[in-house]
Unconditional design. Structure first.
Length: 142
């Protein structure tokens, strides 16, 4: 990561003095969970690199990270929490691995630019349970 406004995440919630200015985040090897509210309100966050080994993205982990435009969730992630990406207005594409077993309520709600979700299994199962799909992807282009 080349930016002066970068942060290496090792767990917990990002410090308040970094929250408003962080642009790039590198999730350290060995991190199993991105904690609840870890990056919520990081309005300048536009890039995140997540290492393999992650199992869970917590509730509201990226809540209102308005400049985050795409994310690749690595293989091994099993859970995406409630409101995890809610309000990420610039998020236009997301790659979700097949191993994800649970996507929480409103996980991608308010992602008004979201038009590409790379994981046909999730979209197919969400189509069978239409109400659940609406709750996950409310106010999205997909």
């Amino acid at each position: 990561m080349a930016s002066d406004n970068s942060y290496r995440y090792t767990g917990g919630k990002i410090p308040d003095d970094v929250r408003l200015t962080v642009v790039e985040v590198d999730v350290a090897d060995g991190v199993k969970t991105i904690d609840d509210h870890a990056f919520d309100g990081c309005n300048s966050l536009s890039f995140i690199k997540i290492s393999d080994g992650l199992k869970k993205i917590g509730n509201r982990a990226f809540y209102y990270c308005q400049k985050l435009s795409s994310i690749k969730i690595p293989d091994g992630v099993e859970t995406i929490g409630n409101d995890a990406f809610l309000g990420c207005h610039s998020l236009s594409s997301i790659q979700i691995p097949d191993g994800v077993e649970k996507i929480g309520e409103s996980a991608f709600s308010g992602c008004g630019q979201l038009s590409s979700v790379l994981n046909s299994r999730i979209l197919k199962s969400s189509r069978r349970n239409f109400q659940h799909r609406i709750a996950i992807f409310q106010q999205c282009l997909i």
